[in-house]
Design a protein around this ligand. Structure first.
Ligand code: F6P
Ligand code: MG
Length: 461
């Protein structure tokens, strides 16, 4: 009898600890007053919408020039759509179905129905009550709808102007990086394994800190990199809260050694984040991976519509490479023409699946976009750039700081993967015991200031 009850207690304890491990915490949301989500929905998103309205208004004469009176009518229609959207947001109106009949419209509308099904009958999904990740993505998708339903403006990117400005404002830092890369390229064949590893660490950190320069956090204000990013790497090292670079090196260098005996492919995928300076740092890293033979193929994944102000679209990707090619600086233009030829040779490939601009967390890729999941499974290593990708990897939930990264991924493991992200949202997993609490007491804004970063790896597949 006594043995049986001990057994029962032990079993119950195991079940409870298993349930704790498996259950996922609730989503971040503006319903938590005082949270960063609340502040974003209340202040930051309306500010971004106001800038969008201003941009469309300022472009009026260009629309007139290009499309005549039809352009003016379209401008009025888009402005009306954005003002209505801003009002819905301000007054916490229910979220509406999309009406634009694009390839992803049905998926968005099904998502809204799903959110509705989680609520009681007399409740509706709305800006301040629904998950933050959902409503924030929804705002960018509604901006796109406003443009699409205002022909002939359909291909107008409301954020293009600020993205391009941010590229130009980072010129000096871009020159410094292109020069460094070309000098490294000259000697790369003679570089030993230890130095190669050091260079990899350096360029990975440059790509990490490049993520500080997103225009969503600054609501479109100048957020560019002015000085050489290479000079400050040592000082910034203590700000990397989780640094799994050694694991990445093991994956890549192991692949390189195996390949030399079997002549196969090593594929790295980079799920891009922001255009401007950050994109250049990613291209520099991608160039180094090929030149050093750590990888033989790089697949870039960008957004198919304008997204979170500064995210990279195909047009931004091509524009950036063309800007570098045409630059007046020898090493900038050398980088531009090398990168152009990488694309032509198809050792660099650009993809823009619509899944990346859906509101779903990444553990849903296999179910919602099985074609994308199959593609990602072909990778030897996937690098996820930026804060929004981190939020989608971890489901944007209130995880404890010490929950392992692989647990927060919630079974999303198409290939070994790594998040390279500066912290700009109040979510972080995989910290040491007490680390998060200590930071909170010494620097209350550590999770949203962009001053800290992680290079966080998960090998599970
Ligand atoms: O508005 C919030 C947010 O999602 C933040 O998490 C972050 O500041 C930004 O938008 C996007 O950042 P990133 O460009 O690094 O994905
Ligand atoms: Mg971004």
């Amino acid at each position: 009898m006594r043995e049986a009850s001990v057994f029962t207690v032990l079993t119950a304890a195991l079940v409870i600890s298993w349930a704790r491990k498996m259950s996922v915490p609730c989503s971040l949301s503006a319903r938590f007053k005082g949270s960063f989500a609340y502040f974003t929905v209340k202040d930051r998103l309306p500010q971004i919408l106001t800038k969008v309205i201003d941009t469309v208004h300022r472009t009026k004469s260009a629309f007139l020039e290009e499309y005549g009176e039809e352009g003016i009518e379209a401008e009025k229609k888009a402005l009306a759509a954005f003002s209505k959207l801003r009002n819905e947001l301000h007054t916490d109106k229910p979220l509406l179905l999309l009406m634009d009949n694009l390839p992803d419209t049905e998926l968005w509308n099904q998502y809204l129905e799903h959110q509705q099904s989680l609520l009681s009958e007399n409740d509706q999904p709305s800006w301040f009550k629904s998950p933050w990740l959902y409503v924030e993505c929804y705002m960018y998708r509604r901006i796109h709808e406003g443009i699409v339903l205002s022909p002939p403006l359909c291909s107008f990117d409301v954020f293009k102007e600020v993205k391009n400005e941010s590229f130009f404002q980072s010129q000096q830092a871009i020159i410094a990086l292109c020069t460094y890369l070309q000098e490294l390229a000259k000697k790369i064949k003679d570089v030993g394994e230890e130095q190669l590893k050091e260079e990899f660490f350096k360029l990975l950190q440059v790509s990490l800190w490049g993520n500080k320069c997103d225009l969503s956090i600054s609501a479109g204000q100048d957020n560019s990199q002015k000085s050489s990013p290479l000079a400050s790497l040592t000082d910034l090292q203590s700000c990397i809260l989780v640094n799994d670079t050694d694991h990445l090196w093991t994956v890549l260098s192991h692949g390189m050694k195996m390949r030399s005996s079997q002549a196969s492919v090593s594929r790295v995928d980079i799920v891009l984040d922001n255009a401007g300076f950050e994109l250049v740092t990613d291209l520099i890293l991608a160039d180094f991976l090929l030149a050093s033979k750590l990888a033989t193929e790089i697949h870039f994944h960008g957004k198919s519509i304008p997204w979170y102000v500064s995210d990279t679209t195909k047009s931004d990707f091509q524009w950036t490479i063309q800007q570098l090619r045409a630059a007046n600086h020898r090493w900038m233009s050398k980088c531009g023409s090398n990168w152009d030829s990488n694309l032509k040779k198809e050792v660099w490939l650009y993809h823009d699946h619509l899944f990346w601009t859906l509101p779903h967390e990444f553990c849903k890729v296999a179910q919602v976009a099985p074609d994308l999941y199959t593609e990602l499974q072909k990778s030897d290593l996937i690098l996820f750039k930026g804060d929004l990708n981190y939020r989608k990897l971890t489901g944007d939930r209130k995880w404890d700081f010490t929950v392992p990264f692989s647990q927060a991924l919630n079974r999303f493991h198409p290939a070994p993967l790594c998040s390279i992200r500066t912290l700009k949202a109040d979510i972080q997993v995989g910290l040491k015991c007490g680390q998060g609490e200590q930071l909170t007491s010494s620097e209350p804004t550590w999770m949203i200031s962009g001053q800290y970063g992680v290079i966080q790896f998960s090998a599970l597949i």
